[in-house]
Design a protein around this ligand. Structure first.
Ligand SMILES: Cc1cc2nc3c(=O)[nH]c(=O)nc-3n(C[C@H](O)[C@H](O)[C@H](O)COP(=O)(O)OP(=O)(O)OC[C@H]3O[C@@H](n4cnc5c(N)ncnc54)[C@H](O)[C@@H]3O)c2cc1C
Length: 416
């Protein structure tokens, strides 16, 4: 790890190529996709991250973190030229979703065929998506600086200058030198976003005081390319189909119950999981080690500041019950790219306040509606008073029969 001291801008300018249009901080799935999309759209782009993703290999055990990618996300990754390799490397298409209520038995089904689509989405490993995006950065001309952490930033005239704690760059960047400055700073540095805090942007939301336990499990019966989700009074349990026939679980539980489940030995865990899933896929016979993630609803009060925007989890963290976090983040990416391209075509400064406001307004209202919708679902499924449980059951049964409304919900989740 080397430390890059900040030299004056003119020193650096002599040694570098075209000055940066955009610096993206955070190379998770969303930030890496943003850097690639912006570079492909012709913007001089750098990507900075505190650490590089671990290399992904097909011989590796399936990453414990998986996501369900909606068609809108697949379309973006395809446009960026990385989807074919992700799909071929290891991915699991699913064509059905079955959601049911532990309290009243009411169920709702979503089926790709009735939506006139081949699939509802794909389950993929976070690490595979991130790694594949990183592999495409050099060819797209993205300057990678890693490890690099942003300590502060300052707007000077028409640029934003970053104060880096340390920066190591790939070969492409050796010639870069000097302090890093760009016309626009994009913060994709995750839910804890240090950059959002540096920009003084507050968040609102709530702590679910729940943890999501994740593991990959072997079930007695096949998953049938179906994403299963059972709502229990304690929280939802999802079983997502993996390519090797196992299912990946996301089991949301109150903190204390999650601690108890994490402390169980494997036999106890498999049994508890079987009961929680109502043995829908039969007995659960084997599991990987488990991991757990705290859950919160967090929305940034603004997505934009002077020459600065937020995207991905830095802007919005949502409950995983709808499996939409990264899908929202990738919609932010597409919107930001389109907004900046339109500004450039109109001969405007890509980081002008009106330009960034347009991105921020569109994405913040869409993300807020979705986040509050997922939160409402979490609240409704937490109802335990018998009349409310009965009303919920009635509502779900009616909804399951209302094909046009169901189609709208499925289309919205798909990002179509
Ligand atoms: C249990 C669980 C299940 C989920 N399932 C789904 C699903 O099915 N579908 C779905 O769409 N979403 C799902 N999500 C949500 C999804 O995982 C997140 O929305 C997504 O990973 C966020 O990506 P990101 O790139 O915005 O942030 P992150 O993945 O958090 O990446 C942030 C990056 O910023 C870097 N960074 C942080 N600080 C700094 C700094 N100071 N300087 C430089 N770099 C920095 C980090 O190293 C990291 O690489 C799930 C989440 C959980 C917890």
């Amino acid at each position: 790890m080397s430390t890059t001291s900040l030299s004056t801008r003119s020193d650096g300018a002599r040694r570098r190529g075209p000055s940066l249009d955009v610096a993206v901080v955070g190379g998770g799935m969303v930030g890496a996709a943003a850097a690639l999309a912006l570079a492909r759209a012709g913007f001089a782009t750098a990507l900075l991250d505190a650490r590089a993703p671990a290399p992904w290999q097909v011989t590796d055990e399936v990453d414990l973190r998986v996501v369900g990618l909606a068609p809108s996300s697949i379309a973006l990754l395809d446009e960026l030229g990385v989807w074919a390799s992700i799909r071929q490397a290891r991915s699991s298409p699913y064509a059905h979703m079955h959601v049911w209520d532990a309290e009243n038995g009411a169920a709702i089904d979503f089926d790709a065929a009735t939506e006139h689509r081949e699939l509802l989405g794909y389950i993929v490993e976070n690490n595979l998506v991130q790694w594949t995006l990183w592999q495409a950065l050099d060819a797209a001309g993205v300057r990678r600086l890693c490890p690099a952490e942003v300590r502060g930033f300052e707007v000077r005239e028409e640029r934003i200058q970053l104060d880096l704690l340390h920066a190591e760059s790939s070969g492409v960047d050796q010639a870069y030198g000097g302090p890093l400055s760009a016309r626009l700073l994009v913060a994709a540095d995750g839910a804890g976003s240090p950059l959002r805090q540096l920009a003084g942007i507050a968040t609102r939301g709530r702590d679910y005081t729940q943890r999501a336990i994740v593991a990959h499990v072997v079930t007695e019966r096949a998953h049938q390319k179906t994403a299963w989700q059972r709502f229990l009074p304690s929280g939802p349990l999802a079983l997502l189909p993996l390519a090797d026939g196992r299912s990946s679980i996301v089991w949301s539980l109150p903190e204390d119950e999650a601690q108890q489940v994490l402390a169980l030995d494997d036999a106890g865990f498999l049994n508890a999981l079987g009961v929680a899933s109502d043995f829908r896929l039969g007995r659960i016979t084997a599991t990987t080690p488990r991991a757990a993630f705290p859950l919160k609803l967090q929305l940034a009060e603004r997505y934009q500041a002077d020459r600065f925007v937020l995207l991905g989890d830095a802007a919005h963290a949502v409950h995983p019950l709808a499996g939409q976090g990264v899908n929202l983040g990738l919609r932010d990416v597409a919107e930001l790219r389109d907004t900046l391209v339109a500004a450039r075509e109109a001969g405007r400064d890509i980081a002008a306040a009106q330009v960034l406001r347009r991105y921020a307004r569109r994405r913040r209202s869409a993300d807020t509606l979705d986040a509050l919708g997922f939160d409402a679902l979490a609240r409704i499924y937490a109802w335990q008073a018998p009349p409310l449980v009965a009303a919920r059951g009635l509502g779900v049964r009616v909804l399951d029969r209302l094909a046009p409304l169901k189609r709208r919900i499925a289309g919205h989740a798909a990002g179509l």
